[in-house]
Design a protein around this ligand. Structure first.
Ligand code: PLP
Length: 386
């Protein structure tokens, strides 16, 4: 059987738009948003734009009424153009430039700073009505070391003492409304972890409110909801996470979550053509510049033969790109069916941190992107040309 995306033939999409090609299933994105809304009815969901910032995808997420989490002035502008309600948007910066701070002030989004020094810089430009600071609780979790963003030795956020100083300083500058933020890691498939985060941040909030004599208006536990990439991994039971959080969350402040991967990852497929078969290598026309995650983290992505999804596995083989690096691989010793030159492979679960990490390295220009809705398909980004 041929691999289909929505109700579209993957082979036909590859023929029409060429390869390598990112294809996203709109219905799956909408389904993930629905699941989030149902599981977390009282939580403000802010999509992390960095996961996938294709303008059409941002538009469809904005139209669902979600907010956005943006990391710099460019992502803020993407969110504005896509039609996000700016009052639901957060600017979570790491080492921002003054231009980023100016843009966040201009768009009047919630400014979330991860160091007291940045607040000192911000007030020279303008003092917002409300401020949020990012706390590093001293621990983190994530599928790969590269995506654990909480804990000692990570560059993100302040410890509790410094966070306290930051709020004191903000208060002394006349800021009257406050939020607090924590983002400790990405691709977490442990359901208890989100409960733990909520408990930890509530404790911190209780101490800070007492010492500072303030009330927080928003409490943000970040993103991090994982998705299964590997056979042994199980889908998160979102409803159970939501139920548990709603029981333990006692604070009147608005609770915010910033999922990126969960919303878009599974909707994406990278279609790529087999160019070469040599020794125990299958060479494809996508490289690490097309999809970086395997080279960057050793990340696993399912790969299937698009022309025949039921073909029997007959070999263990390496699947590699056309780039001059040993890290340019997609699979090592992967059980695969017989594969021929010209076949189309579908690399799955690439909707998050896929195209956004693409580069032009080694003259591999960035691929096109297509959005599928049932049997309809449309180009949502042109293939890059020289
Ligand atoms: C501040 C912030 N929020 C949200 C996210 C989204 O994380 P995820 O895609 O794991 O949900 C990230 C990702 O790194 C982030 O840095």
């Amino acid at each position: 059987m041929e691999f289909r995306i929505g109700d579209c033939s993957s082979l036909e999409l590859a023929k029409i738009y060429g390869t390598p090609l990112y294809v996203y299933d709109k219905i799956m994105i909408l389904q993930r948003i629905k699941e989030l809304k149902e599981a977390f009815p009282n939580v403000q969901i802010c999509y992390a734009v960095k996961a996938n910032s294709n303008p059409e995808i941002l538009k469809l997420i904005a139209a669902e009424g979600l907010g956005a989490d943006c990391s710099n002035r460019i992502e803020l502008e993407y969110a504005r153009r896509a039609g996000f309600d700016m009052s639901k948007c957060i600017f979570t910066s790491v080492n921002p430039k003054n231009e980023d701070l100016e843009k966040a002030l201009e768009l009047d989004v919630l400014i979330n700073l991860d160091d007291i020094s940045i607040f000192k810089r911000l007030v020279k430009i303008g003092t917002p009505d409300k401020i949020c600071f990012r706390i590093n609780p001293g621990f983190g979790k994530g599928k790969f070391p590269g995506i654990v963003v909480g804990g000692h030795g990570t560059k993100f956020g302040m410890n509790e003492d410094l966070t306290l100083e930051a709020f004191k300083l903000a208060k002394s500058f006349g800021v009257k409304r406050f939020g607090i933020h924590m983002m400790t890691g990405s691709c977490v498939l442990n359901e208890e972890y989100f409960e733990e985060l909520t408990l930890v941040i509530q404790d911190i909030v209780e101490r800070l409110e007492k010492t500072l004599d303030i009330k927080f208006e928003s409490i943000d536990i970040g993103g991090g909801l994982g998705v299964p990439y590997e056979k042994h991994e199980r889908k998160l039971n979102l409803k159970s996470i939501g139920d548990k959080i709603s029981i333990i969350y006692k604070h009147p402040a608005k609770l915010i979550m910033e999922p990126g991967r969960f919303i878009v990852a599974e909707s994406g497929t990278l279609l790529t053509e087999v160019t070469t078969i040599k020794n125990n290598f299958i060479g494809i026309d996508a490289g690490m510049s097309t999809l970086l995650r395997p080279a960057l983290y050793g990340a696993y992505h399912p790969i299937i033969l698009a022309n025949n999804t039921e073909a029997e596995f007959v070999q263990e083989i390496n699947i590699v790109g056309p780039i001059c690096e040993n890290t340019d691989f997609f699979a090592k010793n992967r059980a695969m069916p017989k594969i021929n030159e010209g076949d189309i492979l579908a690399i799955q679960v690439v909707g998050a941190y896929g195209f956004v990490m693409a580069s032009q390295y080694n003259g591999i220009l960035r691929p096109a992107e297509v959005l599928v809705e049932h049997s309809e398909h449309k180009l949502i980004r042109e293939r890059e040309l020289i």
